[in-house]
Write a protein that binds this ligand. Structure first.
Ligand code: ADP
Ligand code: MG
Length: 267
């Protein structure tokens, strides 16, 4: 369980002066849930994620993981960015294996080939990054982060640079991946639809200052059950697509979008 208390971040800039990227953020991320942070550009999503990952020390407030305060990065917390950071001269398999070298916990390490299979890259394991599509590169990146066996995975718009079809595939893939080991995931996106499709819980943020304006629990009837190995890639993808057309889903998407727009009307 991650507990965020009264978190604030101020950047001192030469061009824009003091930028209040986050003000008084309070949030609990329960174990084994997917929590999506959604909001427009500049509302502090990336800042919050960087603080969670331990890459940035907050100006004020605390983050606790299982009651312990977070200081700095840790192999138990994996991070996936929008642009995959693969080593160009290493194959898919070697990029995934590389994660083992830096992971702290021997017993948590997951076999590279098992993960490559899980993310659908079994036929591409020997390819180099420049021989992969953007979607395949992001799959590799996800496998690499999981190889260290993290309990927490923080993802910053991981599918933001992908075309809509690949994005849909990767959304389904992420749910399959989550079903395997049920890590706690904090997933940043500016797409309300993506947040509602993937998250058990959606945290809605607004800018000026960056803050949480609403938290929505996605009702069970709007979530697709993803038991391990039970649902094929194609079936899951179709179910996700069908879900976006269901009246309950459409209403929830409308409600969250309206909240974001209302928050911005008062700036
Ligand atoms: P988001 O990811 O939601 O787009 P960010 O966390 O990147 O938001 O940014 C929140 C605010 O903080 C923005 O106003 C942005 O310009 C500012 N900001 C982000 N990083 C820095 C930085 N390193 N230095 C100064 N200002 C920053
Ligand atoms: Mg960002």
């Amino acid at each position: 369980m991650i507990t965020i208390e009264n978190l604030s971040q101020v950047y001192e800039t030469t061009s824009a002066g003091r930028v209040e990227a986050l003000r008084g953020v309070e949030l609990e991320v329960p174990e084994a849930e997917i929590v999506c942070l959604v909001g427009p550009s500049g509302c502090g999503k990336s800042t919050l994620l960087r603080i969670l990952a331990g890459f940035l020390e907050a100006s004020d407030g605390t983050i606790r993981v299982d009651g312990r305060r977070v200081h700095g990065a840790d192999p138990e917390r994996g991070v996936v960015f929008q642009q995959p950071t693969l080593l160009p001269w290493y194959s898919v398999r070697d990029n995934v294996r590389l994660a083992h070298r830096y992971s702290g916990n021997e017993s948590q390490k997951v076999a590279a080939d098992e993960l490559i299979e899980l993310v659908g890259l079994a036929d591409a394991a020997d390819r180099l990054p420049h021989e992969l599509s953007g979607g395949m590169q992001q799959r590799t990146q996800i496998a690499r982060v999981l190889a260290a066996g993290p309990r927490y995975v923080f993802m910053d718009e991981p599918f933001g640079a992908l075309d809509p079809f690949t994005r849909e595939q990767l959304q389904a893939e992420l749910l399959r991946v989550w079903a395997r080991s049920r890590p706690t995931i904090v997933f940043v996106t500016h797409s309300v639809e993506e947040a509602l499709l993937l998250g058990h819980r959606v945290v809605v943020m607004a800018a000026g200052p960056g803050r949480v304006i609403e938290e929505v629990r996605v009702p069970d009837h709007l979530r697709i059950p993803v038991g391990e190995g039970e649902v094929s890639r194609e079936t899951l993808q179709t179910r996700l697509r069908d879900l976006t057309a269901e009246p309950g889903f459409v209403a929830l998407r409308h409600e969250v979008t309206a909240a974001i727009i209302a928050a911005h009307a008062v700036i």
